[in-house]
Design a protein around this ligand. Structure first.
Ligand code: NAD
Ligand code: ZN
Length: 364
C-alpha cells in the first residue's frame, strides 16, 4: 500500500446543473489532492452576487454543471505531494485569485485553476472560480489558499474570501482614497458597503451612498456613509445631483453594481481634473460607453479585481484587522442558514433582502 494513500471523499454539495435553475443538494465525489494541492473542509461560505451572475446572467452553457460559491473558509483536511506550507487542521480561506509569489504577474491576478476534482452521478462537475465553496469539501492549488489566524471564527471571516476585501481594497488600494476627500459609492451590497468602510478608513470626509433600494441606507450609516441618494427620487441624471452636492463632482467614485449605465454615471460624477472612478461591479455582457472628453478632462477610469489585494498576503492581514477590530465583518451578516437552504439565500439576494447570508456548510 502507498504510504500516503488519501481516499476520495463522498460529501454533500449544491450542484448547479444548468443556468437559471435552483441548485440541487447532491452527494458528490471529491478526488484526493494531487501535487501542490490541498483538500479543504469548508465550514462556512457567503453567497456573493457573482454566484448569481453565473447562474442567472452569464448563463454560458459550457459553465455547467458546476459547484458555485467562492467566499468560504475552512480547515485543511489533507495535502497532496510537495505541499509544505499547510498541515491538516490549518484554518484557511480559499482564494479565487491565486498568488504564487514567483511569476512576474504575481502582483496582478494570475489564473491558475486546476482541473476540477468533482464528480457527481458519474459526470464531471466544474469548479467555480477555482474554489467552489458550496460543498463540504473542495480541492484547491496551494497557491490559491491563505493560511489564517487559528483564532479566526470561520463563519465570519469567510466573507473576506470575496466581498469585503473586494470593496474595501477597491477604495484603499485601487482608488487610493485620500484623507479629506469626497467619495461616492454606487450600490450598497456587501461590496459597496465594504467600499464605504474603506473610504472611511482612508479618511474621506464625505461619503455619498447611492442605491435604488432605500432599505440599504441604514446599513450604509453603520459603515460610515454620510449622505444618501436614491436615483429614483430624481428626474435629472444622478451625476448632476452629485455634482451639485459636491461643488463640481466627487474626488473618487466606486461602481459596486455591475451595470454599464451605472459605470458611466459613476465616471461622470467625478470632478474634472483629478477624479478617479473605479469599476468593481461585475459584468461581461455589454460594452460600456462614455464621452472621451470625460477622460481628456483629467478623470481616470480604472477597474479593481479582488480589491487589488495580493491575495495570500492580504487576506490574512484582513483577518488580523478583524480580530483587532479595525475592520467590521459581523455587520454584513444579515442571515445565517444551512447549505441546504442555499436557494433561499439566492432568492434573498436576488430580491435585495439581504446583505450577506452565511451558509453553515460543515461542523468544525
Ligand atoms: P448585491 O446584489 O448584494 O448588491 C448590489 C446593490 O446594487 C444592491 O443594493 C442594489 O440595490 C444596488 N443597485 C442595483 N441597481 C442599481 C442602480 N442602478 N443604481 C444604484 N444601485 C443599484 O451585490 P454584491 O455581492 O455587493 O456585489 C456587487 C457587484 O460586485 C456585483 O456585480 C458582483 O458581481 C461584483 N463583484 C466584483 C468583484 C471584483 O473582484 N471586481 C468581486 C465580487 C463581486
Ligand atoms: Zn464574490
Amino acid at each position: 500500500m502507498e504510504a500516503n494513500y488519501i481516499p476520495t471523499i463522498k460529501c454533500k454539495a449544491a450542484v448547479a446543473w444548468e443556468p437559471n435553475k435552483p441548485l440541487v443538494i447532491e452527494e458528490i465525489e471529491v478526488a484526493p489532492p494531487e501535487a501542490n494541492e490541498v483538500r479543504i473542509k469548508i465550514v462556512a461560505t457567503g453567497v456573493c452576487h457573482t454566484d448569481l451572475y453565473h447562474l442567472f446572467e452569464g448563463m454560458h452553457k459550457e459553465g455547467f454543471p458546476v459547484v458555485l460559491g467562492h467566499e468560504g473558509a475552512g480547515i485543511v483536511e489533507s495535502i497532496g505531494p510537495g505541499v509544505t506550507e499547510f498541515q491538516p487542521g490549518d484554518k484557511v480561506i480559499p482564494l479565487f485569485i491565486s498568488q504564487c509569489g514567483e511569476c512576474r504577474f504575481c502582483k496582478s491576478p494570475k489564473t491558475n485553476q486546476s482541473e476540477s476534482r468533482f464528480t457527481c452521478r458519474g459526470q464531471k462537475v466544474l469548479q467555480f472560480m477555482g474554489t467552489s465553496t458550496f460543498s463540504e469539501y473542495t480541492v484547491v492549488n496551494e497557491m490559491a489558499v491563505a493560511k489564517i489566524d487559528p483564532m479566526a471564527p470561520l463563519d465570519k471571516v469567510c466573507l473576506l474570501g470575496c466581498g469585503i476585501c473586494t470593496g474595501y481594497g477597491a477604495a484603499v488600494n485601487t482608488a487610493k482614497v485620500e484623507p479629506g476627500s469626497t467619495c461616492a459609492v454606487f450600490g450598497l451590497g456587501a461590496v459597496g458597503l465594504a467600499a464605504v468602510m474603506g473610504c472611511k478608513a482612508a479618511g474621506a470626509k464625505k461619503i455619498i451612498a447611492v442605491d435604488i433600494n432605500p432599505e440599504k441606507f441604514e446599513k450604509g450609516k453603520v459603515f460610515g456613509a454620510t449622505d444618501f441618494v436614491n436615483p429614483k427620487d430624481h428626474d435629472k441624471p444622478i451625476s448632476q445631483v452629485l455634482s451639485e452636492m459636491t461643488n463640481g463632482g466627487v474626488d473618487f467614485s466606486l461602481e459596486c453594481v455591475g451595470n454599464v449605465a451605472v459605470m458611466r454615471s459613476a465616471l461622470e460624477s467625478c470632478v474634472k481634473g483629478w477624479g478617479v472612478s473605479v469599476l468593481v461591479g461585475w459584468t461581461d455582457l455589454h460594452d460600456f460607453a462614455a464621452r472621451p472628453i470625460q477622460l481628456i478632462a483629467g478623470r481616470t477610469w480604472k477597474g479593481s479585481l479582488f480589491g487589488g489585494f495580493k491575495s495570500k498576503d492580504g487576506v490574512p492581514q484582513m483577518v488580523k484587522a478583524y480580530l483587532n477590530k479595525t475592520v467590521k465583518i459581523d455587520e454584513f451578516i444579515t442571515h445565517k442558514m444551512a447549505l441546504d437552504q442555499v436557494n433561499d439565500a439566492i432568492e434573498l439576494m436576488k430580491h435585495g433582502k439581504c446583505i450577506r447570508t452565511v451558509l453553515k456548510v460543515s461542523p468544525q
